[in-house]
Design a protein around this ligand. Structure first.
Ligand code: FE2
Length: 271
C-alpha cells in the first residue's frame, strides 16, 4: 500500500478468513509490512476471537465491556457501550498500545462494526522500523543507549494539559516504565519506541528530552512512513503493535463509530 507498509486483501470474508493458512500468511505479512487489511471481511465476534487465537495468545480483558466475549473490547465514545469511552480522545495522538508494559502487545485486531456517519475516525499508522532505518547513521548512533520514561499520565496530558490534583492522582496509579528509545528485536530488527506515552528522556533536562522526542515523532510520522486506512464497514485491520505507531483521526463524542478490538499478548520484552 506504500513502499514500506501495508498489505490489502480483498475477497476473503466471514468464516473463510478463519483458517490456519490465512493466519500463517497474515503473520508473515505483519512481519514484513506491519499492517494487514482485510477489506469488508464482515467477521462476527466469535470469528474475530477464533482468528485472533490462530495468530497468537489473546489478551483477556477485565473491562472489555462486551457481554459475550471477554477478549473483545468495544472502541467507542459512547459511555453506555464502554467504560473506557472517556479516554478515547487520547487515541487521537500517535501511540502504541501497552507501551507502559514490560512486554507490549504483539498485535492488535480491529474490526469496523459501525463506521462513523461523516467518514471520520480513520486509522493512521506510522512505521517506526522504516523510520529508524532511514535515519542518518550518525543520528542512529546518537540514540544508542538512550532511555525513555513512558506513562499513562504523559498521554493524558496531551488531552488535559492542566489536570486537577484528583485527575493527576488517578493517572499516576498506572505505573510508569522506562524503556530503551530504540527497541532491538531478537531478529536484529530495530524500531523507535516513542509516541504519546513517552514523557521524558532519562538523564536529560525536560525541555531537551521533549525536543528530541518531538523531533523523532515528527520524523517517524512523515508521509513516507505513514499509511491511512480509509475505513469501510466490515473492514478488519491488524497491525504489528510493537513497530506501528497509530492514531484515530478525530471523531466526535456523538459519533456512531464502533470498533471491536482484540489484542495479542506480546512475545518480546523491550531491550
Ligand atoms: Fe491504540
Amino acid at each position: 500500500m506504500t513502499p514500506t507498509t501495508g498489505v490489502e486483501n480483498t475477497g476473503l470474508s466471514g468464516s473463510r478468513l478463519v483458517d490456519r493458512g490465512v493466519a500463517e500468511e497474515c503473520l508473515a505479512a505483519l512481519e514484513r509490512r506491519g499492517v494487514v487489511i482485510y477489506r469488508e471481511a464482515d467477521i462476527d465476534d466469535a470469528d474475530l476471537v477464533t482468528f485472533s487465537r490462530l495468530l497468537g495468545d489473546v489478551v483477556p480483558l477485565p473491562m472489555g465491556g462486551h457481554p459475550a466475549h471477554r477478549e473483545i473490547q468495544r472502541i467507542t465514545r459512547d459511555p453506555s457501550k464502554s467504560p473506557l469511552a472517556a479516554y478515547r480522545e487520547s487515541t487521537f495522538f500517535w501511540h502504541i498500545d501497552g507501551a507502559t508494559a514490560q512486554v507490549p502487545d504483539k498485535a492488535t485486531l480491529l474490526t469496523a462494526c459501525q463506521v462513523s456517519d461523516d467518514g471520520d475516525g480513520d486509522t493512521e499508522f506510522a512505521n517506526t522500523f522504516a523510520a529508524y532505518e532511514a535515519l542518518p547513521r550518525a543520528e542512529r548512533e546518537e540514540l544508542d543507549g538512550l532511555r525513555v520514561v513512558h506513562s499513562f499520565a504523559a498521554s493524558q496530558l496531551l488531552v488535559t494539559p492542566d489536570p486537577s490534583p484528583r485527575e493527576r492522582a488517578a493517572w499516576d496509579r498506572n505505573p510508569a516504565r522506562e524503556h530503551p528509545l530504540v527497541w532491538t528485536r531478537g531478529s536484529g530488527r530495530r524500531s523507535l519506541l516513542i509516541g504519546a506515552t513517552a514523557g521524558e528522556v532519562t538523564g536529560r533536562p525536560a525541555a531537551e528530552g521533549r525536543e528530541l522526542l518531538d523531533r523523532l515523532l515528527g520524523w517517524a510520522t512523515r508521509p513516507e512512513f505513514t499509511l491511512r486506512h480509509r475505513r469501510r464497514q466490515g473492514d478488519l485491520v491488524i497491525w504489528d503493535n510493537t513497530g506501528m505507531l497509530h492514531r484515530a483521526l478525530p471523531y466526535g463524542p456523538g459519533s456512531s463509530r464502533l470498533m471491536h478490538r482484540t489484542s495479542l499478548l506480546g512475545e518480546e520484552a523491550v531491550v
